[in-house]
Design a protein around this ligand. Structure first.
Ligand code: TMP
Length: 212
């Protein structure tokens, strides 16, 4: 059986990284072989690209350079880590994937959605997540949580208008793919969110097993 590719997405500060770790622990306890990873990053090369993209010193970074760097990190990630893990039947839990590029670089920066999608389809050889949890958090809440966390990276330093476009972009994606993208209310407690994610992920994995 091939593995399952699950991603989490949403505005900065939505708590997806915490939830991904909790989900990984639970699924491991249920006997699943888990690979937990993130974008940009996930590989040695991807982590170097991550520092380059997020470094606030590089304010001169061209927007197309930014799009291509995210896609380059993703190409390395898919080929080095994600596809081999899926081929080995593992459950890959990934913190962000192509939806983030569409929301941030497409809707956020105002690039053609089709262009961003097409670059990323080439980078990943059309790999798409099987299931995605989109953490729904308003721009005001996201900003507050980011401020509480401290120093902002280059993308987090962008203004509220950018954040609003990203937020609306994510919601548009959820509307377009309601089967894959599950919208979850990120203002709930950590425990409540964890329960929802576990229930859905376990039911989804069991369903895939039945169908395989
Ligand atoms: P993270 O904080 O979730 O690790 O992501 C790093 C930042 O990069 C975050 O502000 C979202 C942004 N990002 C994009 O703009 N495009 C992308 O394709 C990805 C994966 C992340």
């Amino acid at each position: 059986m091939t593995g399952t590719f699950i991603t989490v997405e949403g505005p900065d500060g939505a708590g997806k990284t915490t939830q991904l770790q909790l989900l990984a622990d639970r699924l491991t306890a249920e006997g699943y072989d888990i690979v937990m990873t993130r974008e940009p990053g996930g590989t040695r090369i991807g982590n170097e690209i991550r520092s380059l993209i997020l470094n606030p010193d590089f304010q001169e970074m061209d927007e197309m350079t930014e799009i291509l760097l995210y896609a380059a990190s993703r190409a390395q990630h898919v080929n080095e880590l994600i596809r081999p893990a899926l081929a080995a039947g593992k459950v890959v839990l990934c913190d962000r994937f192509i939806d983030a590029s569409i929301a941030y670089q497409g809707y956020g920066l105002g690039y053609s959605i089709e262009q961003v999608r097409s670059i990323n389809q080439q980078a990943t050889n059309e790999l798409s997540p099987d299931r995605t949890y989109l953490f729904n958090l308003s721009v005001a809440d996201s900003k507050q949580r980011m401020m509480d966390r401290g120093a902002l990276d280059r993308i987090e330093q962008r203004d509220d208008a950018f954040r609003q476009r990203v937020y609306e972009g994510f919601l548009t994606l959820a509307e377009q793919e309601p089967e894959r993208i599950q919208l979850v209310d990120a203002t709930q407690s950590i425990k409540a969110l964890h329960t929802i994610l576990c229930q859905d992920a376990l039911a989804y994995l069991k369903k895939r097993e039945r169908l395989s």
